[in-house]
Design a binder for this molecule. Sequence first.
Ligand code: GLU
Length: 314
Amino acid sequence: MERSVTGRFAPSPSGYMHLGNLLAMLLAWLDCRALGGRMIFRMEDLDPVRTRAEYARALAADLKWLGLDWDEGYPDPAYQQANRTDLYANAFRSLERMGLVYPCWCSRAQRLAAASAPHPGEAVHDPGCRCAHMSAAERAARLASDRPPAWKVRVPDETVTVEDGHYGVYTQNLAREGGDFIIRRADGVYAYQLAVSVDDMLMGVTRVVRGRDLLSSAPRQAWLIRLLGGTPPEYCHLPLLTGMEGKLSKRLGSLSTQLIRLDTTAEELTGRLAWLAGLLPAPGPVTPRALIGLFSWDKVPKEDIVVDEKAAGP
Ligand code: GLU
């Protein structure tokens, strides 16, 4: 049976949105609306240390300001990951029952990072650690005496293919290229990879549109969703924004919507983002709604989008 189209915004309120986030939100919205889909807004406030309610409110205000609407989601508490831990716990227990979960006492940094999506250039490959091969007796002894472990899921030597709506066929061998990954941190917080998979599955998301830096996470998410009995969404990744020198300068890369909004109107910004994404021949004021009929992934470049920083922004 054809599933009705459901897209999602899934930002993390760990700061204000910058230009790259806004581009991802605009394309996620256009992709969904062009297909006549339902848009949901999930707040990925999984990590109590790195996220703040103030940023969550600002993200929602920025989307509204830009003219991007949603049909359900934030501020409904059911769409905030912080309130969904029971669902992640259920999934965790299912994986445990399958015998796929083991404790890991390796580096603190690695365990802490796991609640957020990997950043551009951040490896998703875990070369494996000794914890994966401990005897049951050693594991039990350490569980009784050592500090709390993080929890990893053991992936099979299986090749998963994701048909990306923009980048095409993307193949990854889970064990050799991805490796086992953390699904729960030592402090009890469930990891991004588990939460995002559970949420996309339970919320009936059929279209995931987000930055290319998460393409390498798509096979493990599709695998997890199938394992938990769901149907993976279609993934469409978009190119990242970069500066002339290869990387977006700290200034522009971290320029928050708060500052961008001081210097430009919503229509001007939409026009500039649409032009950067290949949807308009030149920047100029436009509403997101007026772009729906123009939207096509064929127009969006595959290579990262170079922003002329001298011409761009305040
Ligand atoms: N919350 C993640 C982020 O802001 C994105 C998750 C996703 O789209 O899968 O980086």
